[in-house]
Design a protein around this ligand. Structure first.
Ligand code: GDD
Ligand code: MN
Length: 354
């Protein structure tokens, strides 16, 4: 097999037959396979089996019961299972025209690149299929933000958010990828320097069905950017900072409702401790949960640590003010920063210890 075309699908039943037909017309059917990686909850898997039975090229499917990592996770799983090292990744709704595949492959076979990006923003490329002005704005804005955060790695890439590309899987470290949500190409580009070429393509309208892009996908994207750029600790800090703001807001609300301030502070702290734990579980340590102890044990450790921390920090602060003659605000800032580092270490090394 010379080429594997990986197609992630989530409820794309009305698009499968047309996609396979157009791919088969466009490529050399003797040495190309199509590999669907499907997380659907509708009849898509049945349709894929039916189409595969009479297709003029090999069509395989992996149906995942645990759709971890979403679209990106599906693509990585497809790359692992591909019969060929050379993989094309494309959407299952025909927004990525299969007729462009030979051009991408042709560019790759020149032998000087690891990755060929099909771009909407180069040469004759066109983003026409973005549904409305709002999506165009979001796409443009997030592309600019991403390029600004990775100025060197993405210097030669005009469309890091595209879902249409060809990659030589031997050039990337599949185990090092941490796919979350839609932007798997960004993950690949940011993790390791690669030799990249671009070819233009026109982003078409969806053949049938509805887009799965959502607000949640946008949040995943921002978290992915933060992680790629600054690592786990920054995400931990970001969520911790949100928690601190929530803490103050709850305290403010409770005191306005007439709750005495000591009680308001205690309630607000406990609520944020629990809220922070849930957010860190979901967004920061999600890849470490599986190998760690059970959720109640993790919660008990985290909860105990945060409560001890609050109790210990105050006498330490007092000692600093007395001993070093510094202002209480500076003492508070120092202890908060120390507490943050210790908290991060405790969570990575103890709470989520394998
Ligand atoms: N396996 C799997 N699991 N596939 C998924 C999932 C999932 O959780 N979510 C979406 N897909 C599949 C869809 O079925 C489709 O084939 C493809 O991923 C893209 O999803 P769309 O719902 O069509 O998203 P889009 O058109 O808004 O997003 C496209 O454009 C973006 C750039 O504007 C995609 O190409 C993105 O990759 C691209 O970044
Ligand atoms: Mn689409």
């Amino acid at each position: 097999m010379n080429l594997t075309i990986i197609v992630p699908t989530y409820n794309e039943a009305p698009n499968v037959a047309e996609l396979v037909r157009r791919v088969a017309e466009a490529v050399d059917t003797t040495d190309t396979e199509i590999l669907f990686v499907d997380d659907s909850t509708d009849a898509t898997p049945d349709v894929i089996r039916e189409v595969a039975a009479s297709a003029p090229l090999p069509v395989r499917m992996i149906h995942r019961d645990d759709p971890s990592g979403g679209l990106g996770g599906a693509v990585v799983e497809g790359m692992r299972a591909a019969a060929s090292d050379v993989c094309v990744v494309m959407d299952g709704d025909l927004q990525h025209p299969p007729e462009e595949i030979p051009m991408m492959e042709h560019r790759f076979r020149r032998g000087d690149v690891d990755l060929v990006v099909a771009s909407r923003y180069v040469g004759s490329g066109d983003a026409g299929g973005l549904a409305d002005k709002w999506r165009v704005l979001v796409s443009r804005g997030s592309t600019a933000l991403t390029k600004a955060m990775f100025p060197i790695r993405l210097r030669n890439v005009s469309d890091p958010m595209t879902g249409f590309f060809l990659v030589d899987r031997t050039a990337i470290d599949l185990d090092g990828l941490k796919p979350r949500g839609f932007k798997i190409l960004l993950e690949i580009l940011a993790r390791k320097p690669l030799r990249v070429a671009e070819v233009p393509f026109a982003f078409a309208d969806r053949h049938a069905g509805e887009s799965k892009a959502s607000f949640t996908q946008g949040v995943h994207f921002l978290l992915q950017l933060t992680m790629l750029r600054f690592g786990k600790m920054s995400l931990f800090a970001f969520i911790g900072a949100l928690g601190a703001v929530a803490n103050l807001a709850i305290m403010w609300a409770l005191t306005h409702m007439g709750v005495e301030y000591i009680w308001a502070a205690i309630i607000a702290s406990e609520v944020t401790i629990v809220g922070n734990f849930l957010a860190q579980e979901r967004f920061v340590f999600q890849d470490m949960r599986e190998d760690a102890s059970g959720v109640w044990s993790r919660f008990a450790k985290s909860f105990a640590f945060n409560n001890c921390e609050a109790v210990i920090r105050i006498p330490i602060m007092a000692a600093m003010v007395q001993g070093w003659h510094i202002s209480s605000v500076i003492a508070a800032a120092i202890t908060l920063m120390l507490a943050f580092v210790v908290r991060f270490l405790f969570h990575s090394l103890v709470v989520y210890a394998p």
